[in-house]
Design a protein around this ligand. Structure first.
Ligand code: F0G
Length: 451
């Protein structure tokens, strides 16, 4: 009989203590943070599921690479290692390191977009949207229709709506489209994967219209594993072969190495276009750094060079996707509405269905995230009307799982807390804004419960 239990494929060499707080303490800390979990002290959080970005644990090989880091300003050995590793997976001609994903986005959009342009994406992440809009271009989300139905269990709900893309590209003479982007996995749409068939079709449509096609590659390894598990024809391919094929359809990518780069900081921008690469390197020098370090230390480049390969390890991916699914299945079995099927890096609770008595204008996602903190010191994040204002299509609470950080008993604790909040959901109150910034308001917003 094959063994059914899937275990964490690592043992723990260094530990970081976390500590409990009392409910009274959490009530005070939440009030002091104006009900915005971004404004809490991390030390006051027991299980931090705010993000899977930069919060992962590095391997012994990555830590060894940290010591090997070559800190030369120009032409460092660590850059060669980084570039070779990124190119082996992506195949792109130009690889530019950046301090994180949004820096790659800023450089890409600043180089390619102008006011009035439209950039289609399956769903823009918040920084991708903000960086597009900052150039005066419009960030247009065109996810496949099933992406907007949380309970729908389609295997590739991250797909782009091909008909909507084609209609948009046909009007390219009226609205200039400087590039098309697809986000793998679709973070704001529930961490859902994009199929190879969809990427191939988007690429073909872009080629037909002569429009560059870019991948927002943050979670490319998780997406590759979903393709292996769910898409006919890929079961016998390795995650790396699948990733290589995925990137082969694109003209470039942006990447936050804080996700499937398995590093605590870093990112990169890739392109096959020599002329664009020159402009991008000029901008890189202006604000990030010389093109062989791009705002990172040599040691960071080493951590990414190794991490991006580890992210494609089959045992790791199996554990990663299984453990995220474990959380999702445990709470949904008890009736908690989540975006189905469970995503790669996170579980998204459908707060609108969880709290039907709270109107969208009173931020049900913010209210639920606050309750999870009060109940058990868990930090999550709202992905809904506070984050995206009028552009929000769903009211979600994301529980993002840091890579290689929490064990199954941590997750069992999270399940217990969510279920006790579910029990007393009728008592939860809505929220009202008392302060908001002009953009990316969710990071600094202040709120109070509606009495
Ligand atoms: N694109 C996607 C799909 C992302 O999820 C993120 C970051 C970025 C771009 C930007 O990368 O943070 O390195 O500048 N997502 C994090 C999150 C912050 O919590 O989902 P960055």
């Amino acid at each position: 009989m094959p063994v059914k239990t899937i275990i964490e494929p690592f043992r723990i060499k260094s530990v970081e203590p976390i500590h409990h707080t009392t409910r009274e303490e959490r009530e005070k800390m939440l009030r002091d943070a104006s009900y915005n979990l971004f404004l809490l002290k991390a030390d006051d959080v027991l299980i931090d599921l705010l993000t899977d970005s930069g919060t992962g644990a590095m391997s012994t090989h990555q830590w060894a690479g940290i010591m090997e880091g070559d800190e030369s300003y120009a032409g460092s050995k660590s850059f060669d290692h980084f570039k070779t590793s990124v190119q082996e997976i992506t195949g792109f001609k130009h690889v530019m390191p950046t301090h994180q994903g949004r820096a790659a986005e800023r450089i890409l959009f600043q180089t390619m977009c102008k006011p009035g342009d439209i950039v289609p994406n399956n769903t823009h992440f918040d920084t991708t949207r903000a960086n597009t809009e900052f150039t005066g271009a419009e960030a247009r989300d065109i996810p496949c229709p099933e992406a907007r139905i949380p309970s729908d269990r389609s295997p590739f709900k991250g797909n782009m709506d091909l008909a909507a893309l084609e209609a948009l590209l046909d009007q390219n003479d009226r609205h200039h489209i400087p590039l098309v982007m697809i986000t793998v996995t679709n973070n704001s749409g529930g961490g859902q994967p994009v199929s190879m068939a969809n990427v191939r079709a988007v690429s073909a449509l872009c080629k037909k219209h002569g429009i560059p096609f870019y991948i927002d590659a943050c979670r490319f390894a998780e997406n590759s594993y979903f393709i292996k598990m769910r898409e006919p024809g890929y079961a016998d391919k390795t995650p790396k072969q699948i990733a290589q094929e995925l990137f082969s359809y694109a003209d470039g990518c942006t990447m936050s190495a804080k996700k499937d780069g398995m590093a605590n900081i870093g990112g990169f921008l890739c392109t096959n276009d020599d002329r664009l690469a020159q402009q991008e390197k000029d901008l890189l020098i202006l604000t990030e750094g010389y093109p062989t370090y791009g705002g990172l230390a040599g040691r960071d480049l080493e951590a990414i060079a190794t991490g991006i390969q580890e992210a494609l390890d089959i045992d790791y991916l199996k554990y990663r996707i299984t453990s995220t699914g474990y959380l999702g299945n445990k709470i949904s079995e008890q009736g908690v509405p989540i975006v189905q099927p469970p995503g790669g890096h996170a579980i998204y609770i459908d707060a609108k269905t969880f709290l039907p008595h709270i109107p969208v204008a009173q931020f049900p996602g913010v209210a639920l995230a606050a309750e999870l903190y009060l109940e058990g010191g868990i930090r999550s994040v709202e992905i809904g009307s506070l984050m995206f204002a009028g552009a929000a299509k769903m009211e979600l609470v994301r529980l993002a799982i840091p890579r290689r950080v929490y064990t199954q008993s941590h997750i069992d604790y999270v399940v217990e807390i969510i279920l006790s909040v579910w029990e007393r959901r009728q008592q939860i109150k809505g929220m009202r804004l008392t302060y908001e910034a002009p953009f990316l308001r969710h990071f600094t917003a202040k709120l109070e419960p509606v009495e």
